[in-house]
Ligand binder design. Structure first.
Ligand SMILES: NC(=O)c1ccc[n+]([C@@H]2O[C@H](COP(=O)([O-])OP(=O)(O)OC[C@H]3O[C@@H](n4cnc5c(N)ncnc54)[C@H](OP(=O)(O)O)[C@@H]3O)[C@@H](O)[C@H]2O)c1
Length: 232
């Protein structure tokens, strides 16, 4: 595939590396080349099969609008843009449907974290058995959003699975170069349950995002990676 990767930061650069290893032709654009979405002008996208975005919350919506309007498939790893109650997601879903493109986003593109969502979904039954719960997340000091998109996704999964109206409290820590650590702690007077996912590197995110772009080839529609990762 011909892939355009937006963002040459910690994750975007690894996405480019993985995409080359998987035999794709890769073009990249950082903040400078893509000022005012310059890298997404229709003539620049002519040969591109899919765009993968690992940039920043302040610019990602403009990138999505430009790609979708140009009819290009897109994989969005950038977090922190969905808005309260996912209002932006609904608007983007409609835009994608209107333009007949393929779109995939994820709070987390790692297969391991998506397995962790399933474990959290199963453990949510504890909240109907008198347990209380908390979510903890740790990331490097450069991370721009807090709580992390992954912690919010865990919170949502647990709320929906437990049919409780209250969200579990999320506590965020920013320290050193921690790649991403998420914990769910469920507590009763009798015992304590710990679920923990600790990312060793960013490679899991990068592989998931490239495999998502491959899966999306030739497809239309709006997808969340957590619903399709088993099919990759
Ligand atoms: N969903 C997932 O699995 C997952 C995993 C990891 C990270 N993320 C998310 O991905 C995003 C990036 O994370 P990161 O750790 O890679 O951050 P990062 O190291 O800060 O990289 C972000 C990069 O985006 C570039 N950028 C900013 N504005 C741009 C624009 N308009 N066009 C093109 N590039 C632009 C920046 O370029 P300059 O350096 O030139 O300014 C920077 O290199 C964050 O939102 C993070 O939460 C998601």
């Amino acid at each position: 595939m011909n892939l355009l990767i937006l963002g040459r930061g910690k994750t975007g650069s690894l996405v480019a590396e993985v995409a080359v290893e998987r035999q794709h032709d890769v073009r990249t654009a950082g903040a400078k080349e893509n000022a005012a979405c310059a890298a997404l002008a229709p003539q620049k996208l002519r040969d591109i099969d899919a765009v993968i975005d690992f940039t920043a919350p302040h610019c990602v919506i403009a990138h999505i609008e430009a790609c979708v309007r140009s009819g290009k498939n897109m994989v969005v790893g950038t977090t922190g843009w969905y808005g309260e109650e996912h209002a932006e997601l609904d608007r983007i879903r409609r835009l994608v449907e209107q333009h007949g493109t393929g779109f995939m986003y994820a709070a987390n593109f790692s297969v391991g974290v998506n397995l962790f969502f399933d474990a959290a979904r199963a453990a949510a039954a504890a909240l109907r058995q008198g347990y209380s719960g908390q979510i903890f997340e740790r990331h490097h000091v450069h991370k721009k959003d807090a709580p992390s998109g992954t912690a919010l996704a865990i919170q949502r999964v647990i709320r929906e699975a437990s049919a409780q109206s209250e969200n579990l409290e999320i506590t965020s820590f920013r320290e050193g170069e921690v790649v991403g650590l998420h914990e769910v702690v469920l507590e009763s007077p009798n015992d304590r349950i710990y679920l923990c996912h600790d990312a060793k590197s960013r490679r899991g995110f990068a592989e998931g995002a490239v495999r998502a772009a491959e899966w999306l080839a030739g497809k239309k529609g709006f997808y969340d990676f957590k619903d399709v990762w088993r099919e990759l």
